[in-house]
Design a binder for this molecule. Structure first.
Ligand code: PEP
Ligand code: CO
Length: 553
């Protein structure tokens, strides 16, 4: 039975069933008529429970079949706050309220008696949910077994393949995984076509509007998020760090900052090699938790399309942890099997939006003008970013602009320059000059990290603060010299005190201490804040010369 997720049950069930579910609220039950339960005493202490209420509801699929039934017991004084008044499913309601939740499971098993319409022998569970504002409820939930899947791992025939076959099996074209079981992948796409949107089209438009102003963009977060680290604590640490960085940039420069996380969906990675070798063993590389596992084993590295559903569920959880943070979400639109099904037409403006995140970016490796990623991006109305490296010519930039932002609208398109410190000034200056001459309304941002990777003596991937700072200086100088607005920075940071990037000297003992990243090395909070202060100073200095430039123009 696949029900070990602790996120919102409705969302999980919708993704398992593959269609939207409707909730039906049943008449209140008298708490006194319920069989005595040890769970009640565990959650609400003393008996009798005169101040308790019970909400009884069902979820039905689109054909009307009952998928689950649940009883939520709550203190009557909490009713207005946490219990939906209409037929909204409880989980979606609390998610919309942005409540943080922690669950304690009391029982998981099969029912011995009929529970509402569901017969004895249905899978069920009882658990307590404690919300951030101290409201606590007790949930008894029973599922129609017909709607649950077994969540079986990848098929045995895949595991028996030779290593070389396994490696070839993942290295599809355009960095798309080659799923071993095509029908399973089709099932997953079908499910994703019916899940609730993770973000709203209105919020995508709101971000586009802010990006159309001179606000400075701070885009930062993990290189690769992981399911394991998707905890309330980790999310709060990341969001707190982003807010601190944004406040410091504003304080130093007087410029408004719009904050976008690499968060709630950054689970897929393009890799330079499809195969990773350790000793005599060669296995498929790790392509992010959305595809396979970081564990270096045949089974771990086999792509499993079910990871796309888990990506959706985990992203939904992250969003509930960060609710009310004022931080927009973004990730690399790499896996088209994840992005395409979540693209929906918005009835308000008739446009199509990829509702897996507010902003999507196309990576340096998949930005080919004739490739499927750029084609996908042309079909959605979200704000879009494209990463460009030192190989991007002015003509490439203008061509990308022409397909992605043909109406030259401010707020639609952002170019993220990731040049490497050695050539950053010349490359940025060349592209910015072309952009200025052509009158592009796009935004130009510096990613001073991805062109500055290096390896330690022991072979650990790292980046030096010195190189990152040098590329930032070069970017701001190129903006100043071309009269273009420095549009933002794109960084890889962790909310935890990791030891992945170094100041100037590469020290393997330091790196070995708390090196936790699943992919590229991230700045820790101390390094990230230092960099934010530098960005604030550079921005202040660049803005100061702006009037002079416009006078000259
Ligand atoms: C990334 O942002 O983690 C990444 C892969 O970047 P790029 O496309 O610039 O290499
Ligand atoms: Co990275």
């Amino acid at each position: 039975m696949m029900l070990h997720n602790e996120g919102s049950t409705t969302v999980l069930l919708q993704s398992l069933v593959g269609s939207a579910l409707s909730a039906e609220v049943l008449p209140d039950v008298d708490i006194g008529s319920l069989p005595p339960s040890g769970h009640l005493a565990k959650v609400f202490d003393a008996v009798p429970h005169t101040d308790l209420g019970v909400r009884r509801s069902r979820l039905r699929d689109s054909a009307g079949a009952v998928v689950s039934e649940n009883l939520i017991t709550f203190r009557r004084s909490d009713r207005d706050h946490v219990i939906p008044s209409g037929d909204t499913p409880f989980g979606l309601h609390t998610r919309q309220l942005g409540l943080f939740e922690r669950r304690r499971i009391f029982a998981v098993g099969v029912t011995t008696d009929r529970f509402g319409m569901l017969p004895a022998g249905s899978p069920g569970r009882a658990y307590e949910i404690a919300f951030s504002n101290r409201v606590t409820v007790l949930v008894h939930e029973v599922f129609n077994p017909r709607f649950l899947t077994t969540g079986a791992p990848a098929s045995a025939s895949v595991n028996e393949r030779s290593t070389a076959d396994g490696a070839r099996a993942v290295s599809g074209e355009h960095h798309q995984p080659r799923w071993p079981d095509a029908s399973e992948a089709e099932h997953v796409r079908r499910v994703l076509r019916h899940v609730d949107p993770l973000v709203s089209a209105a919020d995508c438009r709101a971000l586009r509007s802010v990006l159309a102003t001179p606000a400075f963009l701070l885009q930062a977060g993990d290189c690769a998020e992981t399911f394991r680290d998707n905890t309330p604590r980790s999310v709060v640490n990341r969001v707190d760090l982003l807010r601190t960085m944004s406040d410091r940039i504003t304080a130093a420069s007087g410029t408004r900052v719009v904050t976008v996380g690499r968060i709630a969906g950054q689970y897929a990675k393009p890799r330079s090699s499809p195969i990773e070798r350790r000793g005599d063993l060669a296995l498929p590389s790790y392509f992010g938790d959305a595809v396979n596992s970081v564990n270096f084993s045949e089974r771990g590295r086999t792509p499993n399309p079910r990871n796309l559903l888990r990506t959706y569920q985990e992203s939904s959880k992250t969003l509930s942890f960060m609710a009310g943070s004022g931080v927009f979400t973004s990730h690399e639109a790499l896996l088209l099997d994840y992005e395409r099904p979540q693209t929906r037409r918005c009835p308000d403006d008739g446009n199509r939006y990829d509702l897996s995140a507010h902003l999507l970016w196309i990576g340096e490796r998949t930005r080919s003008l004739t490739g499927p990623h750029i084609e996908f991006a042309t079909g959605i109305a979200n704000p879009i970013a494209v990463k460009v490296g030192p190989g991007c010519t002015p003509q490439d930039l203008i061509s990308l602009h022409a397909v992605l932002n043909p109406d030259n609208l401010p707020g639609r398109l952002t170019f993220i320059f990731r040049m490497g410190r050695a050539h950053a000034y010349e490359r940025c200056r060349e592209l910015l000059t072309a952009a200025a001459d052509t009158g592009l309304a796009d935004r130009f941002v510096s990613d001073p990290m991805h062109g500055n990777g290096t390896t330690s003596a022991r072979g650990v991937k790292t980046r030096t603060m010195r190189a990152i700072e040098e590329e930032l200086h070069a970017f701001f100088a190129a903006c100043q010299d071309t009269g273009m607005l420095p549009g933002g920075v794109h960084l890889e940071v962790s909310g935890d005190d990791v030891t992945e990037c170094v100041d100037a000297d590469i020290d393997d003992a330091y790196l070995a201490d708390r090196y936790r990243t699943a992919c590229d090395p991230r700045l820790n909070p101390g390094q990230a804040v230092r960099l934010a202060d530098l960005v604030g100073r550079l921005l202040a200095a660049t803005s100061a010369v702006e009037p002079a430039l416009s006078l000259l123009a």
